[in-house]
Design a protein around this ligand. Structure first.
Ligand code: ZN
Length: 274
């Protein structure tokens, strides 16, 4: 038993790509009370789902490719603590460049807009830095628009000829007024107008997983509310920095910018609580 354990667990390697959410699972083991992963500068707990320990980590779109050996802290029921290793092997992704034309005030910012967008960026990064140590979701993750597709995650972006940050979400085709649904159960941690993303809703799903819905024409949820998988968060629109109406759907996992579809495409049956 011990040998099998050493062979499986200590040598655990998980392979993924830049810009993906990655599910990690460990088998049940006698005498284990809790498991935590040290991932970048965060501590990410594993949760016990059905018959295994599960968590999800985010690999940022700009994370260095290669091996990332990470400490796994195991606490036993008798109080002993062990440190093991999970190697997260990151392969590089090629992201194309897209050029976009938007209103000039979103590229050459006024002093006031610079100050506002700076404040909002800080506020958002503070939200994304919090790892809620439990799962709030209760079903596999789903797209905010049924059958919605959007393949421009990670694209390097040039706005009106000026290079800007890479695209940190997926843009889904949607006319103004299209209902937008939460990708899973969670708590609303932002529900208001922001400079770049217009009317914006951010939902905390737990374990450091957040979903973001931007450019809405209307917001239908309140700050701090618990909302269900598929619940309407608002209507699609064209508020903020846009070329036209659409849904910008973003997912952060422990702060990492990941393709939202990587969460939906995960082996989600094992992610459903109970
Ligand atoms: Zn977008």
């Amino acid at each position: 038993m011990m040998n099998l354990f050493l062979a499986v667990f200590l040598a655990a390697t998980f392979t993924t790509n830049q810009g993906k959410a990655l599910q990690l699972t460990f088998p049940l083991e006698d005498g284990v009370k809790s498991i935590e992963l040290k991932w970048q500068d965060k501590t990410v707990p594993f949760v016990l789902l059905k018959d295994k320990w599960v968590t999800v980590v985010g690999v940022d779109l700009d994370m260095k490719a290669g091996d990332h050996p990470s400490d796994v802290l195991v606490t036993m029921t008798d109080g002993r603590k062990e440190t093991r290793t999970a190697n997260i092997k990151v392969e590089s992704t090629r992201f194309p460049t897209t050029e976009l034309k938007v209103e000039e005030r979103f590229v050459q910012l006024s002093k006031a807009d610079q100050a506002r967008s700076g404040r909002e960026a800080q506020e958002i990064s503070k939200i994304f830095g919090v790892v809620t140590p439990e799962i709030l979701w209760d079903k596999p993750f789903s797209t905010p628009i049924p059958d919605g597709k959007g393949a421009n995650f990670g694209h390097r972006r040039v706005f009106n000829g000026e290079p800007r940050a890479p695209h940190n979400g997926a843009d889904l085709r949607a006319q103004t007024g299209t209902p937008i649904r939460s990708t899973n159960r969670g708590r609303v941690v932002m529900a208001r107008n922001l400079f770049f993303t217009g009317n914006t809703v951010i939902v905390d799903h737990g374990l450091g997983i957040y979903s973001l819905y931007a450019h809405l024409s209307r917001i239908d949820v309140k700050l701090a509310a618990i909302i269900e998988n598929g619940q309407q968060v608002g209507l699609a629109g064209a508020t903020g920095r846009v070329t036209g109406p659409h849904l910008h759907w973003g997912v952060r996992v422990q702060g990492a910018r990941v393709d939202p579809f990587s969460l939906v495409n995960m082996a989600t049956s094992s992610l459903a609580a109970n």
